[in-house]
Design a protein around this ligand. Structure first.
Ligand code: C2E
Ligand code: CA
Ligand code: CA
Length: 785
């Protein structure tokens, strides 16, 4: 109390009363504006011994300081959410805070305040402002009464002024601009811009026209003329744009008369008599405009048009930012090459689909030979192949199915299907179509997710992944469906790989031998060595079960060296035993993974070690290795130079472009079993015939694989195929059984029973190619010479 008394020495606390010193009271009565009234009132309150008075009036949703004393800062534009003053305004109830330290609502502005009194100011029955007093001494009930009476005087006088002054057009512009800037959705921005364009110009209608993908489009419209304006043709919009939408703000004032500007006829037909237009300036070269229109003639003042220009600028900046963000978001969810959704999109979509009722199939599609295509033919071809695949897949899927590119050469699809059978059928269709129309081959894993089973997205993916692995393991280029055993299989595989690293050391590998016979009656001409693994617990394993593992875990080199050494040693021993022909050919299989210069050296060494002529050896490699048409298979070339034969294994299942055969270092084709299986179908037979004819042209020898029936052998013979192997003659047998097998087969297959023709040209020397072209088909006919 004392301090207030000292601060306002002229007004002792004991003499405080409503009556103001005459001059101040005069000023309140004499005020000619709300502003002057506010100033007089705070002076009056101060003179009563309250050094921190302030008055706020609401403008555009904020409490703006009208007048205040004792503060070293101007408090302009409180939000109505926080603090004692805001609460008074919101609730319309006077707030008295006897001790500010106890009140969390108190916001400190100046030091030393102990109490606060906040009174609502009403006009026309609603709260329009607040009279506030902060005090450095406790406030008594008498103090409260005095201030309340001043507030009442203020209200009365405010009434005479017709209430608070309206928001200025600049204030409103600032407020609306801030609101506009907070919008992120393009259509919200459009709607808002149109609304504000009407507000600032006083016209009742507006359109926002934006250039998108080179075309002007009405993004938003409002008001009675809005509908008709948005119906303007692109041509008419273009005309209006040519005039209103320049790099700087353009507007017209007043009525549309005569033919003063392009597009005016169109506007007039739409009922427009007055308009103001501003270009969308922050458009980076794009055209567009915000046009306000009315159906009655009017004049604008300059500031209205300036406001419109500001609104258009803010709208343009907000809109183009929002559109750019939208495009980015879209692009971010998409693979740039194929335009398909990418991994994250797939993941999100899958989560959503799994939450819906109904059966879903998740497909993971992995290209089998993409790495080779990419490495050998280059990225341009690689990209083309990926695009080709995405088109083939999309062409086979139904409208409701979704396709994604989830990795380099991995795709995924989400299908809603009735059951697993349907899912498998679709996957097989994809696989077949790819084989028929594309250069790549695809393995597909399927996970079926059917209610009531509920699984997490990650579980679903893990299952599809295991199924994919299974499809690869079963020889690629196929389809596999997830089943629970696959999970244990996966565990199993890593254990198996660990065992495999010791298999050579522990002498668990062994070879079996399958004879290759001459279809023209010359008996057994060769032998293919095939590896087996006698696993101590799991029994004899087939190469399909462990070769992929050996490749994956890096054991393939040891394994192949062992195979090569063992097979060569064996064949050399057989030749020495003199029961076999001394030109018995030995075929060994080589994985892509081990093809390198080291292999050539090893092969040369092993041939020398066992004193074998290089042309007795046939290295069998699969087709995918041969995609390098430009000769980037130097190890194979080196082998050919050494005199070793090179065969394409499983011919017809890989990269089936026949044209490259001419340039490749191969001299034998092994026609895949799948062609032999199709021989009884005329179309299938035609394919084999074509392969046989082509290889004759190119001077390549042919071996048909997987012949199981005499009818197939007859067919092949008729087609001109020279050599074959298969269960019809014998399964692969162990070394000990081989000599007897060969002797029996020779006896059966040679019509004369005696020793065969001495010079069996197998494989054919490539130099013969030209002469072979003219040779009659009967060369390999029935063998009776
Ligand atoms: P491949 O080179 O195509 O070998 C021919 C496969 O067809 C062999 O299977 C053989 O037993 C089988 N087969 C032969 N005649 C018939 C028949 O009339 N009907 C049927 N249904 N099948 C027949 P296997 O021994 O299971 O070998 C599978 C694959 O494992 C081989 O296919 C080869 O790619 C690979 N492989 C075998 N041994 C080795 C090896 O030492 N090293 C490498 N890298 N791969 C090997
Ligand atoms: Ca083979
Ligand atoms: Ca084969």
């Amino acid at each position: 109390m004392a301090s207030r008394t000292t601060a306002h020495a002229g007004v002792p606390a004991a003499h405080r009363e409503v009556e103001a010193p005459g001059a101040l009271r005069e000023r309140v009565l004499a005020a000619r504006s709300v502003q002057e009234l506010g100033e007089a009132v705070v002076d009056w309150v101060e003179s009563l011994g309250f050094p921190l008075p302030s008055i706020y009036l609401e403008v555009g949703g904020r409490l703006r300081g009208l007048a205040m004393r004792g503060y070293w800062q101007v408090l302009e534009g409180f939000t109505v959410e926080r603090g004692v003053i805001a609460e008074t305004f919101r609730t319309g109830d006077a707030q008295f805070v006897p001790d500010v330290r106890d009140d969390p609502r108190y916001i400190a502005a100046v030091p030393g305040v102990v109490a606060e009194l906040s009174l609502p100011i009403r006009w026309n029955g609603r709260v329009v402002g607040v009279l506030n007093v902060e005090a450095r001494d406790p406030l008594s009930s008498a103090d409260i009464r005095i201030v309340t009476e001043v507030a009442t005087a203020f209200e009365q006088r405010l009434h005479q002024f017709g209430g608070p002054e309206p928001e200025s057009s600049w204030q409103r512009l600032a407020r609306r601009s801030a609101e506009l800037a907070a919008l992120a959705d393009p259509s919200d921005i459009g709607r808002f811009a149109v609304e504000v364009a009407g507000e600032v110009t006083g016209l009742d209608s507006a359109v926002l026209v934006v250039e998108e993908r080179g075309e002007l489009r009405v993004r938003a419209h409002g008001g009675p003329l809005g509908e008709r304006l948005s119906g303007l043709s692109t041509e008419a919009l273009g005309e209006v744009a040519s005039w209103t939408s320049s790099a700087t703000s353009a507007y017209t004032v007043g009525a549309i008369e005569g033919s003063g500007f392009a597009g005016h006829e169109a506007l007039r037909r739409a009922g427009v008599e007055a308009l103001a237009s501003a270009s969308l300036q922050s458009n980076g070269g794009r055209h567009g405009f915000l046009l306000a229109a009315g159906s009655e003639r009017c004049a604008f003042d300059r500031s209205q048009l300036q406001h419109l220009e500001v609104v258009a600028t803010h709208a343009a900046s907000a809109l183009y930012t929002a559109l750019a963000l939208e495009a980015l978001r879209e692009r971010a969810g998409q693979d740039a090459l194929t335009g398909l959704g990418h991994g994250a999109t797939f993941h999100d979509d899958l989560g959503r689909v799994l939450a819906e009722p109904g059966a879903t199939a998740v497909l993971l599609l992995d290209l089998d030979n993409f790495k080779q295509i990419n490495d050998m033919l280059g990225h341009v071809v690689g990209d083309r192949v990926l695009l080709e695949c995405s088109e083939i897949f999309a062409g086979e899927l139904r409208g409701s199915d979704r396709l994604y590119r989830v990795g380099g050469d991995e795709f995924a699809a989400i299908l809603s299907v009735r059951d697993a059978d349907e899912a498998v059928a679709i996957a097989q269709r994809l696989n077949r179509a790819t084989r028929r129309h594309g250069r790549a081959r695809v393995s597909i894993g399927i996970a079926m997710l059917e209610p009531p089973l509920v699984v997490e997205t990650d579980t679903a993916l893990a299952r599809a992944d295991l199924a994919l692995y299974e499809a690869k393991r079963l020889g690629r280029d196929g389809v596999a469906l997830y089943r629970p055993e696959l999970r244990t299989d996966a565990l199993d595989r890593s254990n198996l790989a660990a065992d495999l690293s010791l298999a050579v050391e522990r002498d668990e590998l062994f070879l079996v031998y399958q004879p290759v016979v001459d279809l023209a009656g010359e008996g057994v001409l060769g032998v293919e060595a095939l590896v087996r693994w006698a696993h101590p617990e799991r029994g004899v394993l087939s190469p399909a079960e462990f070769i992929p593992l050996a490749e994956q875990y890096g054991h393939i080199e040891d394994l192949s060296r062992w195979v090569l050494d063992t097979a060569c040693r064996q064949v050399s021993a057989w030749c020495a035993e003199r029961w076999a022909r001394d030109d018995l050919r030995l075929g060994v299989n080589i994985s892509a993974a081990e093809l390198g210069p080291g292999l050539v050296t090893d092969i040369a060494a092993v041939l020398e070690r066992y004193d074998l002529a290089p042309d007795l050896l046939i290295v069998e490699v699969t087709e995918s290795l041969f995609m390098d048409e430009l000769g980037a298979a130097p190890p194979l070339r080196a082998l050919r130079e050494l005199g070793v034969n090179v065969a394409i294994d499983d011919f017809g299942t890989g990269y089936s472009s026949l044209s490259y055969l001419r340039r490749l270092p191969v001299n034998i084709l092994k026609i895949d079993r799948s062609f032999v299986l199709e021989l009884d179908d005329p179309k299938g037979a035609a394919v084999t015939r074509a392969i046989v004819e082509l290889s004759r042209t190119l001077g390549l020898s042919i071996v048909a694989e997987g012949v199981e029936h005499a009818s197939q052998a007859a067919m092949l013979r008729a087609l001109g195929c020279e050599h074959a192997q298969g269960f019809l003659w014998s399964r692969p047998v162990e070394a000990a059984a081989f000599p007897t097998l060969v002797q029996r087969l020779d006896a059966e297959l040679r019509p004369a029973g005696g020793p065969g023709r001495p010079a069996v040209m197998w494989p054919r020397p490539v130099e013969d190619a030209a002469t072979l072209l003219d040779e009659p088909d009967t060369r390999c006919g029935d063998g009776a010479a």
